[in-house]
Design a protein around this ligand. Sequence first.
Ligand code: GDG
Length: 447
Amino acid sequence: MSRLVVVSNRLPLGDNPSGGLVVALQDALRQSGGLWIGFSGEHEGMTSTQLVFHEGAAFQRAAFDLSPEDYDSYYLGFSNSVLWPALHGRTDLMRIVPEYLEGYRRVNAHIADLMIPHLREDDRIWVQDYQLFPLASELRKRSVTCRIGFFLHIPFPGPAECAALPNPTELLDWVSEYDLVGFQAERDRLNFMESARQLGDIEQVEGDVIRLSGRTLQARVFPIGIDTASFMTEARNAREEDRMRSLTGAQMMIGVDRLDYSKGIPQRFRAFQLLLENNPDLLEKVAFLQIAPPTRKAVSAYRDIREETEHLAGRINGEFATVNWTPIRYIHRPIPRHELAGLYRQARIGLVTPLADGMNLVAKEYVAAQDVSDPGVLILSRFAGAAETMQEALIINPHDPWELAEAMAQAIQMSANERRRRHSALLRDVVEHDVNWWSSEYLAALG
Ligand code: GDG
């Protein structure tokens, strides 16, 4: 079996690293004597001139540091102030600065340089996500001929958003250097094909095989899953004392998202406000818990979304709270995974309402965490990749507060029979298509 080399922006460090991607990849890495390469998270000193190997995992790990300048331009700049907003349909939030694109190209070329001394001719390389689009192209320039695959964890946009990038044809050329490009949802594959048709040079050869910028490759959908079995166990074993204790007969709704403008948190709050305005009987009868840990704080759009979220939560609480009840509990800190599992299980409603999202794992975690005899209801945005397979959720348009408030009311009143029927169909999908299924499908296709 040829060796698997995984490259991702962040390397999972620490002893016995966990997390969905690690679970998905560690068997394949272990069996093939594999190697995982990524950024260490250190960005105060110099950019590394060679990879630093770390012990303590079942596979080899090699990290690099970045200088403040490289981190700012490659990571905060082009990755998260140009690509992230554009690929999530927020071209209004892009900050196009020439140094960002230069830094993005420079760091990807440098990662290729760092990799070269450690590569073997028959390796299979699997590159993860939008921070690393140019990596295959840089490796090819350095005469790497082995199979290289790419998986995009976030949406691929249509031609209008692609055209708003400073370099749409370069992006398509970067993609063309892979042998297999994987998307989360059919929607993304179609957007990619249409964008390439309008802005690049593409031909459909047969089935998933395409010719893009003169190279032949496969473009396929591989919807990512979670580590379902272990999450189900975690939720079942959650401790009573970690649960929300002050419910006193109220139904709980939960939202869990990195505080990101793509996740639709303000839209969710406004719909909740509408629910309370239109249903006075629900006052003191519903409690909304929003967990939204901080992310990318150095990017200004993230400071804005924090302010908007906190302002709205404060306003809604000020308007509707009673001495005995706070409508929205908003936590701007990460909470431990086992607590999260128990809270999902306790919640009657899971709110997953992104305006754009590659997949959204919270939707799958919420389903996995439920008690099958008395499950809760998942409310899911049609713009999450998860909506393609999770059709038994209440599928909503997150931009329409009336529709979302109506779905909340419907979920609160839903009979136990209907909840069980919907949940068992959803759970089947989450169990069958877990993260191990995802990685084995992808690696089988990469060959
Ligand atoms: C990208 C794509 C795609 C959140 N808060 C806490 C916490 N979390 C965990 C959740 C979940 C994960 O973070 C978030 O995953 P998502 O899928 O929702 O979103 P992104 O971070 O944007 O991930 C996305 C994903 O890649 C995988 O391909 O699905 O579309 O955007 O696992 O549980 N975990 C803990 N405490 C928190 O406070 N422990």
